[in-house]
Design a protein around this ligand. Structure first.
Ligand code: MN
Ligand code: FE
Length: 379
């Protein structure tokens, strides 16, 4: 599912030249003293490494994090320029059923709090404890993207003229949302206070938070509702929202990849974390997240509607949970093997090829032409 667009070797070129190591990226060349560079490289750690105020990524150790950072920048988008005219017309008409309307309301209600929880946790729990500059860079970029996602929800709320207080109050009272949020933030207050990360049990708490935010929440608990909203989009309903959720989903795929990479590097450097008991703790944590997510799916889609079957969305929860677990070498929880929404992977793949700003130019150029070949209208 996670397609590689930027090749790590193309992002940063690294070669030795006499007493120097030479890095080439961003059309610039950096020459570092080989001996000093090697010392700094060897001292770099995911956690508990030396910290430097200037956040200089060189010498680069965690290449994949830097590649993801560049990928995230290449995917930049702006919510407030996305046209909501068609969404407003449909929202204020009788052509949207009460059940379809409810899915949009759940999308706005859940993600308004969820994006904030992710942004806050990545800032105070994850980024704060990372010590390697290239990991911090990527993590800070993720935080900025969570702000863009929060902004996109405001753009939706403002465009559709939804009462913000009403939405907030309504969704604070929905037990399935409350339980999901409470479950994911359960261990955060302790981690936010700053814990001694040289102790194995604390390293495990940090690893679990990283797993919880990026693999359970972003990687599993976001996807069913994304798929529901993109199913509406596919039926040409609420297409402005659909487009924003496509861009958000593409961002999330990078957040999941980054989280997994940091977790893998953390475990490589700290094998004391990866005990049998801890692996089981992560699997159990995911199982609890899956159960809460299925309860949430049943709230969003109490019964099948045109183009959407509840069974498919429940299977999609299992499918996503299992691919997050197995990608970390953990056992799958379910027997679901196939993605019930193949078309969603295709959407993701197409979107990765697409540059937000270029698309906008194309849209302006083709407006008024007879046939609109913008791929957004094809999905
Ligand atoms: Mn997000
Ligand atoms: Fe995210």
């Amino acid at each position: 599912m996670i397609e590689t667009l930027l090749n790590p070797e193309e992002v940063v070129l690294e070669k030795e030249d006499g007493n120097h190591v030479v890095y080439t990226f961003q059309n610039k060349t950096f020459r570092l003293d080989k001996h000093k560079a090697r010392q700094r490289l060897e001292a770099k750690r995911v956690i508990n490494g030396p910290r430097s105020a200037e956040l200089n990524v060189l010498p680069l150790k965690y290449h994949e994090a830097y590649r993801i950072y560049k990928q995230m920048k290449a995917n930049h988008w702006e919510p407030d320029v996305i046209d909501m005219t068609k969404d407003c017309t449909l929202w204020n008409s009788d052509k949207l059923s009460a059940k379809e309307r409810w899915i949009i309301e759940m999308g706005v209600g859940y993600f308004s709090s969820a994006e904030g929880i992710v942004g806050d946790s990545v800032l105070h729990v994850i980024e704060d404890n990372l010590t390697a500059a290239e990991l911090k860079h990527a993590s800070l970029r993720q935080i900025a993207e969570e702000s863009i996602h929060m902004d996109s929800l405001l753009h939706i709320i403002g465009s559709l003229n939804i009462d913000l207080d009403e939405v907030t109050a309504k969704f604070q009272d929905i037990p399935s949302i409350r339980r999901k949020n409470e479950y994911i933030t359960r261990h955060m207050p302790e981690l936010k206070m700053g814990i001694d990360l040289t102790k194995t049990e604390n390293k495990q708490k940090f690893a679990k938070a990283l797993f919880g935010i990026t693999q359970v929440m972003e990687g599993t608990q976001f996807y069913a509702l994304f798929a529901m909203i993109l199913s509406l989009h596919r039926q040409n309903k609420m297409t402005g929202i659909g487009q924003m959720f496509q861009y958000t989903l593409r961002d999330e795929s990078n957040h999941i990849a980054l989280g997994r990479y940091i977790l893998q590097e953390l475990i490589n450097e700290n094998p004391d974390i990866w005990t049998e008991a801890f692996r089981q703790e992560l699997v159990d944590f995911m199982a609890e997240g899956v159960a809460l997510e299925k309860e949430f799916v049943r709230d969003c889609l109490p019964e099948d509607i045109v183009g959407m079957s509840q069974k498919d969305f429940l299977e999609y929860v299992d499918y996503n949970a299992d691919r997050r677990l197995t990608s970390l070498g953990l056992p799958a929880l379910s027997t679901v093997k196939n993605n019930p929404f193949i078309w969603l992977d295709e959407v993701m793949f197409l979107k990765k090829e697409k540059n937000f700003f270029e698309t906008r130019v194309t849209e302006y150029q083709t407006s008024g032409s007879v046939k609109n070949t913008n791929e957004d209208d094809l999905i």
